[in-house]
Each structure stands twice: as C-alpha cells, then as structure tokens.
Design a protein around this ligand. Structure first.
Ligand SMILES: Cc1ncc(COP(=O)(O)O)c(C=O)c1O
Length: 465
C-alpha cells in the first residue's frame, strides 16, 4: 500500500489519501474499469453528509442538489436527505432510483406543463416557482389534476433565476385566489463556490427581514425557507485543505438563528459531493517541443471540469498513481539520472533520483483549450501511467463537453469500501449521438484486425438529410 506521495509536490495535503482510497485501490479500479473513469466513493460521500448534518443539527433539513452528481442519488437518499430536482431528466433519475416522492423538491427554471404533470403524478413533495408565469403553470396543472400542491416562491438574487421582490409580494397578496397551490415559503440561492461567508450572513439577515415583512405587512407567515448557501470547497493545490468542513461550521450559528424562525432546509451540491470523487486517466503520449514537455492523457476537459480553473493556470491535486507504486515497489525508481546525464563519477551509478518534471498536462480533444494543467509538477510520468485527479465528485461528471470529438464517456465506478467497488456505468460511445439516428443503429461492429474500410458508405444514407 502506498500513500499519495506522487501527488503534485506543491499540494498542501500531499499526504492525504485520494478520497478514502489508496493508490493501490485506485490502480486496481483503473485496471478493472479502464480509463478514463470517475470513481465516486459512496462511503466518503455518506460520511460527509453525516458530518454536515452533525454540524447543522437536528433542526435543519439537508437537501442534496442532484445536479452536482446524479450517481450519488442513492447514497443521499439512504442518508435521508431531500433531493432537489431541476429538470424532467433529473426527475426520471430519481424515479429510476425509487426515491420516495415526498423527498423530492421539484425546482428549476423553464418548467413546462408536461414536466409539472409528471412531477405531480410522481408525487413530488414541494414545487418551486421561478416566476409568476411558472406559478400559474404549476397551479393550472395541479388544479386540473384535482390537487393542491405546496409551493416555494423563488426570490431572485439578481439573475435570470427566481422572481423579483415585487412579483413575489404581488403573488403573496393574491394568494387567497390561487387554486391548485398553497404557498409554503421562500426559495433562495445565489451562486456556487462562495468563500466569503459574510455574504451568506448578510443575505440570511435580509431573508429574515423579508419573512418579518411578509407576516407584518402581508399577513402571510411563510412556514419554510429553502436556502442554498453555495458553500465553497478547496480545489487547487495552493488552497487550504486542513478543514474542509469549516465553512459549514462557521455558518451554522447564522443558520440556527434562521431555523428558530422558520423550517429551514439547506440545499447543497458541491460542498457535499466534491471530495468523494476521483477522475482517472492514463498517459497516452509524452513529447517535448520548444522546451515544453507535453503529457497527454486519454481524458480531458470533455470530462473534467474544475470550477474556477482559468486557462489551465490553476493546479488541481493530481497524483501519478503508477509512479507512486513504482516508487514504493522498486528500490530503483524508473526515472534515474545517470552519470552520463549528470556528469557524476561512475561509482555513483547506484544513486537514483525520481524525476518530478513540470509538464503541460493535456487531454485528447482537438482543441488547444484541452489543457488540464498548464504547468504541473508530475512525478516520473511515463506512457501507460494512471493519473488520479482529486476533488472531482461534483459537476464534472455531467458538466463537461462530453460529445466533442465523439470520444467515449468515461466509466463510472461506485466504491463502497476497501476492495468493494462496482462499474455502475460502462464507458459509453458518444458517436451514435453525433450521427443521424439511421447510421447509429445497428451499433458499429468492432473492426477486425487488418480490416480495410470499404469504399463508399457502409449503410444507406437517409433520404431526408
Ligand atoms: C437552486 C440551486 N440550489 C442549489 C445549487 C447547488 O449549488 P452548490 O453546488 O454550490 O451547493 C444550485 C446550483 O446551481 C442551484 O441552482
């Protein structure tokens, strides 16, 4: 067993294991599942949920925004969280996981009537309304189904999401006339990866003032506040990883105060899911041009997205798993400085020095944008080595430009503990999505060795292109 000693040298947490996994664990997964692959450690995720719940205490509900990583729905559900759902597809994912409908918060912009009807049929616990028009739509669909559903009015924070304060107040004033919906509270979310907690504290004060105003001046006492603080997690090597739960702990007193006034649900994605995920990719090429050493991997920005990464200048935590194991298993690391290259005397040939060159780490897309890290100190990179990118548990898995270049989607592995892991989605080809459907079916057969492409197109071209 080795630790993450081959993690890029400037990482402040170079000695931490990758999520809950050792290098050996991850290499075994890479061998079994292939690369590129995401590994999500459900045990790490569930431990994080329990830790956050422990910090927030029993009077605050926790909701998981499944957009952060739908592969973790089952684990979040098993921990008793509510699930924030923002699209018909996300609702279908919850149905597939057999999530109890009452736990679903049916949220999101651009709801259409058919979407709402589906959520009503499923029995979603609460709906959010992003605009007066969206409220009417929910009301109409519910009334038509003979239902009255609880609704949270989403207050805008100055973007396309939510409704203006004026619209919200106007709805509250005519609530008695609304059929099909019962207003139960307010929904508020500004943005993600928000490190300065003074912003969250200030907006919580404003929200409490709004609750007071609604009661005093509009005769409506909201029962519920659903609030997304957008808490931040460290992602890059120069950040502090010593206590990644600190933001929750520091914001908790302000949240408790609010929970004393109204039923509070805190909804989060990134803060809960980031740490449990690792992206695995293998080195495919290694070359030097004009003094830059380019290391290319079989994944790329089509799969891996670090929020706040700009022009690949920031350095995420990357471990060369193979080099770590090579270094631990072998008395003589593979990359050595020999007397021939160093000019050292012959008797020093036994002295070996593991290389940690600065490399430009690139992916496998045809765009110069596909640089994962512009300058990364990477231990002894060799073709075939498996690299682990930490903190890839949130958003990456669905946010990347996965269809570009018709590269395959990565495999998805859920790990439950040492040696206990499962490929829950195999690597998927994307080319069938990037051709007319008539070409994509039946699937392309594997090409036998020595096969030469016949002239012309193997399948008839559909008449209407
Ligand atoms: C309404 C809403 N709530 C919660 C979240 C989750 O945010 P985060 O992942 O920063 O916790 C989002 C993310 O976009 C969102 O739009």
């Amino acid at each position: 067993m080795t630790d993450a000693s081959a993690t890029n040298a400037n990482a402040t947490n170079a000695n931490l294991p990758v999520a809950g996994m050792t290098d050996d664990d991850l290499l075994a997964i890479a061998r079994g599942a292939g690369t590129p692959a995401f590994v999500f450690d459900a045990a790490v995720f569930r431990a994080r949920l329990r830790a956050v719940r422990g910090i927030l205490g029993p009077d605050i509900e926790l909701a998981y925004s499944i957009k952060a990583n739908p592969f973790l729905i089952g684990a979040a559900e098993a921990e008793g969280l509510r699930l924030e759902v923002c699209s018909p597809g996300e609702l279908a994912a919850c149905e597939a996981w057999r999530v109890p409908a009452g736990r679903v918060i049916y949220s999101g912009v651009c709801k259409r009537e058919a979407d709402v009807r589906e959520a009503l049929a499923y029995g979603a616990g609460v709906f959010t309304a992003e605009s007066p028009r969206q409220l009417e739509l929910v009301a109409r669909a519910a009334a038509a189904a003979g239902m009255t559903v609880p609704v949270l009015l989403r207050l805008s924070a100055g973007s396309q999401f939510g409704m203006s304060r004026e619209d919200l107040l106007a709805i509250v004033d005519r609530r008695a006339a609304l059929a099909g919906v019962r207003l139960v509270g307010i929904h508020y979310f500004v943005g993600t990866q928000r490190a300065k907690l003074k912003h969250q504290r200030r907006e919580l004060e404003k929200l409490v003032a709004l609750l007071d105003e609604l009661e005093a001046e509009h005769g409506w006492r909201p029962e519920r506040l659903e609030y997304g603080p957008g808490l931040a997690v460290p992602l890059f090597a120069d950040e502090d990883f010593s206590d990644t739960l600190a933001p929750a702990r520091e914001l908790a007193p302000a949240l408790w105060e609010v929970a004393g006034r109204v039923d509070l649900t805190v909804e989060m994605g990134r803060f809960l899911a980031t740490e449990c995920g690792v992206y695995l990719a293998s080195v495919v090429d290694d070359k030097t041009d004009r003094g830059t050493r380019y290391v290319l991997v079989d994944g790329g920005i089509n799969h891996l997205v670090y929020y706040g990464q700009t022009m690949a200048m920031k350095v995420p935590l990357v471990t060369n798993l193979t080099a770590a194991v090579r270094g631990a298993d072998s008395a003589a690391p593979a990359a050595t400085e020999t007397p021939a290259s160093t000019g050292a005397p012959a008797e020093m040939t036994a002295l070996t020095v593991t290389e940690t060159p600065e490399v430009e780490l690139c992916g496998s897309l045809c765009t110069t944008a596909d640089v994962l890290v512009r300058s990364l100190p990477l231990t002894d990179p060799q073709v075939g080595d498996v690299l682990a990118f930490r903190n890839a548990g949130a958003y990456s898995v669905t946010e990347g430009i996965g269809l570009f270049l018709s590269r395959d989607l990565p495999a998805i592995v859920i790990r439950r503990g040492p040696g206990d892991w499962e490929v829950v989605r195999r690597s998927r080809p994307t080319w069938p999505i990037n051709v007319p459907e008539a070409f994509a079916s039946p699937p392309r057969p594997p090409v036998p060795a020595g096969f030469l492409h016949p002239r012309g197109h193997p399948r008839p071209i559909p008449s209407k292109m």
